[in-house]
Design a protein around this ligand. Structure first.
Ligand SMILES: NC(=O)c1ccc[n+]([C@@H]2O[C@H](COP(=O)([O-])OP(=O)(O)OC[C@H]3O[C@@H](n4cnc5c(N)ncnc54)[C@H](O)[C@@H]3O)[C@@H](O)[C@H]2O)c1
Length: 209
């Protein structure tokens, strides 16, 4: 891989570069300078050059960046040049919203099944999915070679479920439950805490008053 020493701060900016470059491609823009990129993304031009130098540059003096090449390279760095098989656990309000969003599939994240523990949810049809009984989750993960679990369950029971799914090979977890999960070293958890984000907004609004 060779990208082991890249700081998390840089990694967190890469999806944003990828998104803006995708927008430029949609507008048929083929070439851009770090100054122009800076104007639209809002990072300084030197920050952009520094960030991209971590991965070997990509820019050419006097030319700038080739948008398509840079978009594709950043996509590769982010691991978006492959598809991922995912399952979603917790087919409630949030789980259904995520399952209904087609953008994740377009980006290569294929939800293969929805699971729930509530007998009233099991068997319901959400999009093309019939909600399956989470009692059988281990078997499904193993049979279908699932890479990622999307957790949309309450924090109670989340660690227990986590322990079960990592035992059968889940290597990545997109966790919406407000809990810091304990996992083996080779399992990656990406937490999305909407409430923390909302509280950050509240703080920033308070500070700007
Ligand atoms: N809905 C939101 O916008 C929102 C916002 C912030 C945080 N969250 C977090 O996301 C999670 C889900 O929220 P929600 O609003 O969708 O809740 P919900 O109650 O609508 O749905 C949760 C679903 O998970 C199922 N479930 C519970 N424990 C389970 C288990 N151990 N295994 C399998 N299924 C299980 C329930 O039967 C239910 O269908 C919660 O942790 C919540 O704190 C949600």
């Amino acid at each position: 891989m060779g990208n082991k020493n890249i700081s998390m701060a840089v990694i967190r900016r890469l999806p944003k570069y990828h998104r803006y470059l995708g927008d430029l491609l949609d507008k048929d823009i083929q070439r851009i300078s770090s100054k122009e990129l800076s104007d639209i993304i809002g990072f300084t031009a030197s920050q952009i050059r520094q960030d991209l130098n971590n991965f070997g540059g990509f820019g050419q003096q006097g030319y700038g960046y080739n948008v398509e090449a840079l978009h594709s390279e950043i996509g590769k760095i982010l691991g978006l040049d492959r598809t991922y098989k995912a399952i979603l656990v917790g087919a409630g309000n949030l789980g259904q919203a995520i399952a209904n969003y087609s953008g994740f599939r377009k980006a290569g994240f294929e939800i293969k099944a929805l699971f729930d523990a509530n007998p009233r949810m099991i068997g319901l049809k959400i999009r093309e999915f019939e909600v399956l009984d989470s009692e059988n989750i281990e078997e499904f993960i193993q049979k279908n070679d699932i890479d990622i679990a999307i957790l949309c369950i309450p924090k109670n029971g989340a660690q227990e479920l986590m322990n079960r799914i990592v035992k059968v090979g889940i290597k990545g977890v997109w966790n919406f439950a407000p809990i810091d999960l304990e996992v083996p070293k080779d399992v990656i958890v990406e937490n999305v805490n909407l409430t923390e984000s909302l509280f950050t907004l509240s703080y920033l609004m308070k500070e700007s008053e």
